[in-house]
Design a protein around this ligand. Structure first.
Ligand SMILES: NC(=O)c1ccc[n+]([C@@H]2O[C@H](COP(=O)([O-])OP(=O)(O)OC[C@H]3O[C@@H](n4cnc5c(N)ncnc54)[C@H](OP(=O)(O)O)[C@@H]3O)[C@@H](O)[C@H]2O)c1
Length: 312
């Protein structure tokens, strides 16, 4: 007899990686999943409905869920009561870039409330059930910025580092309950994410930032970031395929990067755990050798190089 489909709850499915993943799992040819695709604003469900096609109402249902609200999480879970969550995908997230001088503590706390506490809130809600059933899988959409800092992304990277520390710690205890934790770490992905950040930046004035820092941000960081997205950016579909593979695995990995072209950067920290090699190299590339950085990115963009990290 075929086994029961696993129920997968995904946060942040109005666009991007969450939307692609929800549809990919719902269309699984082996029908292994029942997807609860959630979003904070159901007014945005049209794109997901269109992409879901005839899986809608069959292997995919849509529910409201704001990861920043206890009430919204409780309501969502009570609506699917009696149908345990086997796989939780913490995907919802927001970005933040810019000089620290212009970021209020409230703005920074909002990033942590969504990216970190939002994931923690969901885990606290589903974990007792997973522990009782002695099975489950918690997937976290982290980032390469959960592994290494990137200039002018201080707060966003900090929120992803926080996720990495939290879930690595939890993973040890959860092994005892047959619950797996996986952190997926994409590099740049062509979703609304970057557009939202650039829109945010274009509306910001920088009265408190000294001219040197503002120059580095506008004339060095922003062009380099755009080039990085253009050269090594993945599609959300590519990232969703990696996540689907992690979910389908019998022994899911704790960490999985999605972008082979980005490995040249993340490997610097692995090679030198003191972190000096990475910081020195990033500093030199940005401040002293921008042409080399640009050339390197163009080489990485060469179509003969693979984008996807080969599954283990
Ligand atoms: N794009 C990249 O370059 C990149 C790289 C590495 C990691 N990531 C991570 O990938 C994840 C998905 O991002 P994406 O690239 O797919 O960007 P996206 O298209 O902007 O998707 C982000 C999703 O999170 C949702 N969200 C934000 N705040 C929420 C809240 N309080 N409650 C519930 N949902 C909320 C957004 O909903 P609304 O439509 O309502 O805002 C949207 O559905 C994020 O965790 C991000 O940090 C992205």
């Amino acid at each position: 007899m075929a086994s029961q489909p696993r129920r997968v709850l995904i946060s942040g499915c109005s666009s991007g990686i969450g939307l692609e993943l929800a549809v990919l799992l719902a269309q699984d040819p082996r029908q292994r999943y029942q997807v609860v695709a959630t979003m904070r604003d159901l007014g945005k469900k049209e794109s997901l409905e269109a992409a879901a096609g005839d899986t809608l109402g069959k292997t995919l249902s849509i529910a409201q869920l704001d990861v920043c609200s206890d009430e919204s999480v409780a309501n969502c879970l009570s609506r699917i009561e009696g149908q345990p969550v086997d796989v939780l995908v913490n995907n919802a997230g927001v970005g933040l870039v810019g000089p620290l001088e212009e970021l209020s503590l409230a703005t920074m706390q909002n990033v942590f409330n969504t990216n970190f506490f939002g994931a923690v809130r969901l885990v606290k809600a589903v974990l007792p059930g997973m522990k009782r059933r002695r099975q489950g899988h918690i997937v976290v959409v982290s980032s390469v910025m959960g592994l290494q800092g990137v200039m002018f992304n201080d707060v966003y990277a900090a929120s992803k580092f926080a996720l990495e520390g939290f879930f690595e710690s939890l993973a040890i205890q959860l092994r005892q309950f047959n619950i797996f934790v996986s952190m997926v770490e994409p590099g740049p992905v062509a979703t609304h994410f970057e557009g939202k950040l650039l829109a945010q930046v274009s509306m910001t004035e920088f009265p408190d930032t000294d001219p040197d820092t503002l120059g580095y941000f506008r004339d060095m960081y922003l062009p380099a970031s755009r080039e990085l997205f253009r050269s090594v950016g993945q599609s959300p579909r590519d990232v969703a395929q990696v996540i689907a593979k992690v979910i389908g695995s019998t022994r899911p990995p704790l960490r999985r990067q999605t972008n082979a072209r980005y490995l040249a950067l993340t490997v610097l920290k692995a090679v030198d755990p003191s972190g000096s090699l990475y910081v020195r190299t990033a500093h030199r590339l940005l401040f002293h050798w921008p042409h080399l950085l640009s050339l390197g990115l163009r080489c990485l963009a060469c179509s003969c190089l693979p984008t996807r990290v080969r599954p283990e």
